[in-house]
Design a protein around this ligand. Structure first.
Ligand SMILES: Cc1cc2nc3c(=O)[nH]c(=O)nc-3n(C[C@H](O)[C@H](O)[C@H](O)COP(=O)(O)OP(=O)(O)OC[C@H]3O[C@@H](n4cnc5c(N)ncnc54)[C@H](O)[C@@H]3O)c2cc1C
Length: 430
């Protein structure tokens, strides 16, 4: 059974209890030299390491905790295309040329995920059944129709579903207004996907170490020296893939995003007639409520739902109560059935809600700020970073590369989200 280090010892994650075996067991012990050192064992770091190793580049990856400890082992497992914001918004922010390249790279991102799963036969409950951005009210339909039109212009495989179809596809009368089905997307068991990426990277020759935190990174005459507890790695290039889980040793990256919590709940496997009535084709769904709620049903027939917020202290009671209330509203057929698992994870928000690829110093890249969407993006960014590190040419890299950007008022903004969502959890019941 996989050993997993939860953020809060009172939490139990469905994913760690049902994941495939973690293939990494070594800790760094001694001095190594490599072309590239990658810090962080989530999708971004592992995909970078895998794509480098596939091309015969020597690569060492250091993970402070267990691989998948960060967002990659905790998320909802919806392999979505693109980013939260619409393609037109991305172009507004980045300009026509850079925005179009960015959009295209990310709208193809489910292909990158499912291609790796096929190529390396990754056992991760992969289901390319599509995902649905579903309206919770008639007033959200216009926004979704516009978003769907923008996606179609990019060539995305999306179609707009009418209210009757969303009602039957979701198994919920609450969702009877419409939604966008992206049939190129799908779902995975997120931690098993991490384990599969790690196994593939090791098979190709990458050296992966866990419980081996980066303690310092210094420029030496002949490369970057990454020091850990019991060893060090000298490398020409560095990828700091620590994202929203950056710690004090990767503090610059930490300060480049605003940390926000998301919590998830999962039932025990549902009785067959109930499991068959909820999202019968097993798409992943997320809705347009101000307290956005996602739903999916896993391979064993467990309903998994998520929304914004942390579960620390008294907040756990409030959020658990709210989630029960919202579940009864959306899926009344589950009334009275208990939750079996509750867990949380952290995402990193950016000022303009668009991820950043930062260049901290020559040869030191730090992708961060995925704003809660990182399975496809992390995988694709790792692939493109590997290509750029090999070629030394950034012309083909589809994302703008910028200097470190430190978010302002991080703690205040984080508290605003935390307590704002808590207030809404309380108010929603009246
Ligand atoms: C609850 C939740 C639900 C989500 N749902 C979805 C979803 O359905 N679909 C989707 O696409 N995205 C989702 N996301 C977002 C997605 O999980 C993340 O964007 C993605 O996992 C980020 O991957 P990453 O590899 O960049 O970072 P991470 O997975 O966070 O990995 C960073 C790693 O760096 C390590 N680290 C930090 N400091 C050091 C150090 N000093 N030395 C060594 N290692 C270090 C950490 O331990 C961590 O393992 C969700 C996120 C959360 C939290």
């Amino acid at each position: 059974m996989t050993v997993y280090l939860p953020q809060n010892p009172n939490e139990a994650s469905l994913w760690c209890n049902t994941a495939t075996e973690n293939p990494v067991s070594d800790k760094l012990n001694g001095n190594l030299q490599a072309d590239v050192v990658v810090i962080g064992g989530g999708y971004t770091g592992l995909s970078t390491a895998l794509h480098l190793a596939e091309k015969g580049v020597s690569v060492v990856l250091l993970e402070a905790s267990r691989i998948g400890y960060g967002g990659s082992g905790r998320n909802a497992g919806l392999v979505n295309a693109g980013v939260w914001k619409t393609p037109d918004y991305v172009i507004e922010q980045l300009g026509e040329e850079a925005g179009s390249r960015f959009n295209q790279a990310l709208y193809d991102s489910p292909d990158a995920v499912f291609d790796l799963i096929d190529r390396y036969q990754i056992d991760c409950q992969a289901n390319r059944c599509g995902t649905i951005n579903i309206a919770h009210s008639a007033s959200a339909v216009g926004y979704l129709q516009d978003r769907c039109d923008q996606l179609r212009k990019l060539g995305a495989s999306v179609r707009f579903l009418d209210g009757d179809t969303t009602r039957s596809i979701s198994g919920s009368a609450f969702y009877s207004h419409g939604g966008i089905l992206d049939s190129n997307a799908g779902t995975v068991q997120p931690l098993s996907f991490v384990h599969g990426l790690a196994a593939a990277a090791m098979e190709k020759g990458a050296q992966l170490f866990q419980e081996s935190p980066l303690l310092s990174l210094e420029r030496e005459e002949n490369g970057w020296l990454a020091k850990s507890t019991k060893g060090q790695v000298l490398a020409d290039k560095v990828v700091l893939a620590t994202n929203a889980y950056s710690d004090r040793n990767s503090q610059d990256v930490q300060e480049s995003t605003v940390p926000v919590f998301i919590f998830q709940c999962a039932t025990a496997p549902l009785p067959n007639e109930i499991a068959d009535s909820i999202i019968p084709q097993r798409q992943g769904m997320w809705d347009t409520q101000i307290l956005m709620t996602s739903s999916r049903v896993d391979e064993a027939g467990r309903l998994v739902m998520s929304s914004a917020g942390n579960l620390a202290g008294f907040k756990k009671l409030v959020r658990q109560g709210w989630m029960k209330h919202i579940r009864n509203k959306i899926y009344p057929q589950t009334k009275g059935l208990p939750w079996q698992y509750f867990w949380t994870g952290q995402v990193g928000l950016t000022r303009n809600k668009i991820l950043r690829i930062q260049l901290l110093a020559p040869g030191v890249f730090a992708p961060a700020g995925y704003n809660g969407r990182g399975i496809g993006p992390g995988t694709v960014i790792g692939k493109h970073l590997a290509e750029t590190l090999i070629s030394g040419n950034r012309n083909e890299f589809p994302f703008p590369v910028e200097a470190l950007y430190k978010e302002r008022w991080r703690r205040t903004r984080s508290a605003y989200y935390e307590y704002g969502t808590l207030g809404l959890n309380l108010l929603d019941r009246f």
